[in-house]
Design a protein around this ligand. Structure first.
Ligand code: NAD
Length: 307
């Protein structure tokens, strides 16, 4: 089937100014229009942030996120609608954000920034600051995000281990564990970074037992999805000093509710699901859509198909 039109759904506004994406796609050989609502034609390609009921009438839907857990993949398959996602483009952004969290914790930058707001000139106790050099990081999930994190951590002199379903080796990762060995994988790590998709298998992946398996001076980093961590268990572990802190970009409920105990904690860095933000996001997504458009026309397989 030919695609006769590409529509950029208003939902992309959650990640980028929609006009930038429309402009970046203006070289497609079909009209590119902005779409409000979900009234689409069977010959439409839809570019969207999340699902809408009407998208099941389209020919192809491209999700501008890597995580497509909000899409009912079975329904798209049943309706014969091709579904693609945007994995592959967030390694640098999220990798740099995670490097930032790690550096902040080691060098206490998050504390000094808080102090600055109160004009407080006070150095942290001698025993607190440390260097990342030589510290161990465990990266759970070694796809685009995971590898982006690994590359930066090795550049900072860290010793990196990881968790991967296949257990196959990955460049820069000294030891790769399989998911059943998660408690063992995290046990010796100063930092544990979560970079898995949200699936039935990964929901609640890090709970009371995994937090207990972590070192008492360990930090948890979650740039995956909130529900990968049992948030109540995390709060309990922080309150009991079971771990030293956490950097969280994703939460069970977003925005993080004002009453959440996570807001007030000095040992927690909260970022508003912003780890992958960049002003080049529209260009990165447009490259993916353009590639797949050309493949579609040539009758080839699309990249990043999730159905
Ligand atoms: P990806 O598909 O490239 O990598 C995910 C990896 O996790 C794959 O290698 C997969 O095999 C592996 N995996 C799946 N289940 C696993 C398990 N149980 N144990 C270990 N590994 C497992 O995807 P990506 O682009 O790296 O993104 C990963 C996830 O991160 C997305 O699904 C999304 O939810 C989240 N994400 C968040 C942000 C953000 O802004 N915070 C940005 C991009 C992606």
């Amino acid at each position: 089937t030919e695609i006769e039109r590409a529509v950029v759904h208003e939902s992309v506004g959650k990640a980028l100014p929609p006009g930038t994406l429309v402009d970046a796609l203006s070289d497609l050989p079909v009209p590119v229009e902005r779409l409000t609502g979900d009234d689409v034609a069977p010959t439409d390609a839809v570019v969207a942030f999340g699902p809408e009921p009407g998208f099941l009438d389209a020919r192809w839907v491209h999700c501008i996120r890597a995580g497509y857990d909000e899409f009912d993949v079975d329904a798209y398959r049943a309706a014969g609608v091709v579904l693609t996602n945007s994995t592959g483009i967030h390694g640098t952004t999220v990798g740099e954000t995670v490097a930032g969290y790690l550096l902040a914790f080691a060098r206490r930058l998050h504390v000094y920034r808080d102090q600055q707001a109160a004009r407080t000139w006070e150095r942290r106790p001698y025993g607190e600051p440390f260097t990342l050099d030589g510290e161990r990081l465990c990266v759970v999930g070694l796809g685009t995000l995971g590898r982006g994190i690994v590359e930066r951590a090795t550049g900072l002199g860290m010793e990196v281990v990881g968790v991967r379903r296949s257990g196959e080796p990955v460049e820069g990762v000294e030891r790769v564990y399989t998911p059943d060995a998660l408690p063992e994988a995290v046990a010796d790590a100063r930092f544990v970074a979560l970079a898995v998709p949200l699936t039935d298998e990964t929901t609640g992946l890090v709970g009371e037992a995994e937090l207990a398996a972590m070192r008492e001076d360990a930090y948890l980093v979650n740039v995956a999805r909130g529900a990968v961590v049992d948030q109540d268990a995390l709060v309990a572990a922080l309150e009991a000093s079971g771990i030293d802190g956490a950097a969280l970009d994703t939460f069970e409920s977003e925005p993080l509710p004002p009453g959440s105990p996570l807001w007030d904690r000095e040992d927690v860095i909260v970022t508003p699901h912003a780890a992958a933000m960049t002003r080049a996001y529209h260009a990165d997504v447009a490259d993916l859509v353009r590639t797949n458009f050309e493949r579609w026309r040539a009758g080839g397989d699309l990249v990043n198909r999730v159905d």
